[in-house]
Design a protein around this ligand. Structure first.
Ligand SMILES: Cc1cc2nc3c(=O)[nH]c(=O)nc-3n(C[C@H](O)[C@H](O)[C@H](O)COP(=O)(O)OP(=O)(O)OC[C@H]3O[C@@H](n4cnc5c(N)ncnc54)[C@H](O)[C@@H]3O)c2cc1C
Ligand code: SF4
Length: 510
């Protein structure tokens, strides 16, 4: 029997490896083929390949026999494995990507081997528990799931009731920091020799290798590599967040500042999604700090909600909604993705800044992803699969199971499985929650005219275009009452402005 460790299951804390003897054989296949499928940000590839190689070395130091194959495809790696160990049985955790287990099983059985898929223990909620909770009905919602998990884990619970008396402190969050606010510096994990080697190799092996227009492998503009790639670094990243940024995570989690790429966000999605951290330890460390240092409940609850609520909910909604979710296009959006998502070359200050951060480090925080990048794509009418592909290529923490529900469900409302109404907003919201508009070439208070912020005309046009689908949604009643106030001339001027915006986007002049 051999434990097969897949590249995003780098954990000895749970799963088959946690139960294996120290002299057990371990198989790791570093297949490059996946890295050529999209024009990935180089830092994403460095995260995965460096973390895998460090994990290999750690296991070897602990006495495991690790067969590490650096090959083009999983098939090549399995050929090499079964040549040395004919008829071997493999065990691995069930992969999170849709259809991946079936593909791996075929590859193994075609080579005369066997494979057993153990339960995916990288999440708090098992697939069975989710099925039991959700039943056959697809109307399940995040809030109910989150409360169920709070009750079951006992996290932030007191005698069956939520600590503090409320389930949610969003109202005391959503603040905008004053000008004097100086957030803690985010940590940077200096690349060691092994990571430096991977950075160089990724640059040679994958840069420019993807020549699909408009921008191939060279679209990114990588700055210093900052991400944790070992278990030790991941624990340091967690400790750093809990010590410095957790206390003010809540109030400023929706704010966007030109000069700050992370504010108080945790920067933990990379190690969580690689398996280097488990959500249980992330939450328990947070709760320990809450007890020991009397941290604000609004910050602690706000963070716990992200990790045990949204992350787990996305994982299981994806599992249930695939394969349809990946191609869902409930609003029939049919526009191409504007080139500035790759180049950052736009006069729109918000988009230029957020895309710049993504080009530099493969990251932007949640509200920038939702209310700038996907909000624009939603209003503009970009095909959901096109914007999903962009997110998948561009982010260091992107994996199909987590990117797809966030983008297609939450971001552009291709499916209504993740939210009951689209996250659509005009410049009003962005001006309130960011400092971008002050320095922008466009005016956030104007809807029509050449200096008017493109978000405004696109917003109204979006409501008009999708009236048949969205007006009946009772949560859209208020916004449609404002649309009803617009007369024919105003609506015609909005349509004209949208025509100009689309022309400018096509010529790269927006
Ligand atoms: C359009 C869009 C695309 C996204 N794509 C990804 C993606 O490819 N990979 C990814 O991990 N997350 C994705 N997210 C979710 C979220 O934005 C990131 O998890 C978060 O920004 C990561 O940064 P952080 O660790 O600083 O998170 P924080 O804001 O500090 O949150 C803490 C943790 O909560 C978890 N979390 C919070 N919200 C979500 C969510 N909606 N889905 C899953 N986990 C969540 C993450 O593990 C995160 O590390 C996306 C969100 C949107 C709106
Ligand atoms: S004015 Fe519009 S385009 Fe410019 S930063 Fe504000 S929201 Fe973005």
């Amino acid at each position: 029997m051999t434990v097969w460790v897949i590249g995003d299951q780098l954990t000895r804390e749970v799963g088959p490896l946690a139960r294996a003897d120290a002299d057990e054989r371990v198989l790791i296949i570093e297949a490059r083929e996946f890295a050529r499928k999209l024009p990935y940000h180089p830092h994403k590839l460095v995260c995965v390949f460096s973390a895998m190689r460090h994990f290999r070395d750690d296991l070897r130091e602990s006495g495991y026999e690790v067969d590490y194959h650096q090959v083009e495809t999983f098939g090549d790696g399995l050929d090499a494995h079964f040549e040395t160990h004919p008829d071997d049985s493999l065990v691995t955790m069930e992969p999170a990507g849709h259809g991946a287990a079936d593909r791996l099983e075929s590859l193994v059985t075609e080579r005369g081997g066997e494979i057993e898929f153990a339960r995916d223990e990288r999440f708090l909620c098992s697939a069975d528990r989710f099925e039991e909770w959700a039943g056959d009905d697809d109307q399940f919602e995040h809030e109910g799931f989150y409360r169920m998990l709070r009750r079951e884990t006992g996290y932030l619970m007191d005698d069956g009731e939520p600590v503090g008396g409320e389930w949610n402190y969003d109202e005391s969050n959503r603040k905008f920091p004053g000008e004097e606010y100086d957030p803690p510096d985010p940590p940077r994990f200096e690349p060691d020799d092994l990571t430096e080697e991977v950075i160089e190799w990724v640059g040679e092996e994958f840069a420019g290798g993807y020549d699909e227009p408009p921008y191939g492998g060279s679209w990114a503009d990588p700055g210093a590599f900052v991400w944790p790639v070992t278990r030790e670094e991941a624990l340091d990243a967690l400790a750093d967040f809990v010590e410095h940024r957790l206390p003010e995570f809540g109030p400023y989690q929706d704010a966007m500042l030109d000069e700050e790429w992370t504010l108080n966000h945790a920067l933990l999605s990379v190690p969580l999604n690689l398996g280097l951290l488990h959500p249980r330890e992330v939450v328990e460390r947070t709760l320990d700090a809450h007890r020991e240092r009397d941290l604000p409940l609004s910050s602690v609850e706000g963070f716990v909600r992200q990790v045990i609520g949204w992350r787990e909910f996305m994982r299981h909604t994806y599992r249930r909604a695939m394969p349809d979710l990946a191609t869902a296009n409930g609003l029939d959006a049919d526009h191409d993705l504007p080139d500035f998502y790759w180049t950052g070359d736009t006069e729109m200050a918000c988009l230029a800044d957020v895309v710049g951060s993504v080009r530099e480090r493969g990251y932007s925080h949640h509200i920038e992803r939702l209310m700038v990048l996907s909000n624009f794509a939603l209003l503009y009418g970009v095909r959901p699969a096109a914007i999903n592909r962009w997110f998948h290529a561009a982010y260091v923490d992107a994996y199909h199971w987590v990117t797809t529900p966030n983008v297609i469900g939450m971001g552009v409302f291709g499916s209504d499985r993740l939210s009951t109404k689209p996250y659509a907003a005009s410049a009003n919201y962005l001006d309130d929650m960011s400092d971008y508009c002050g320095d922008c070439a466009y005016d956030p208070d104007e809807t029509t005219g050449e200096n008017a912020c493109p978000f405004n005309a696109l917003y109204w046009d979006f409501l008009g275009r999708n009236e048949d689908r969205l007006r009946k949604n009772h949560r859209m009643g208020l916004v449609y009452s404002h649309w009803d106030d617009k007369d024919d001339d105003e609506r015609a001027a909005i349509r004209d402005r949208v025509g100009e915006i689309r022309d400018l986007a096509r010529t790269g002049d927006l």
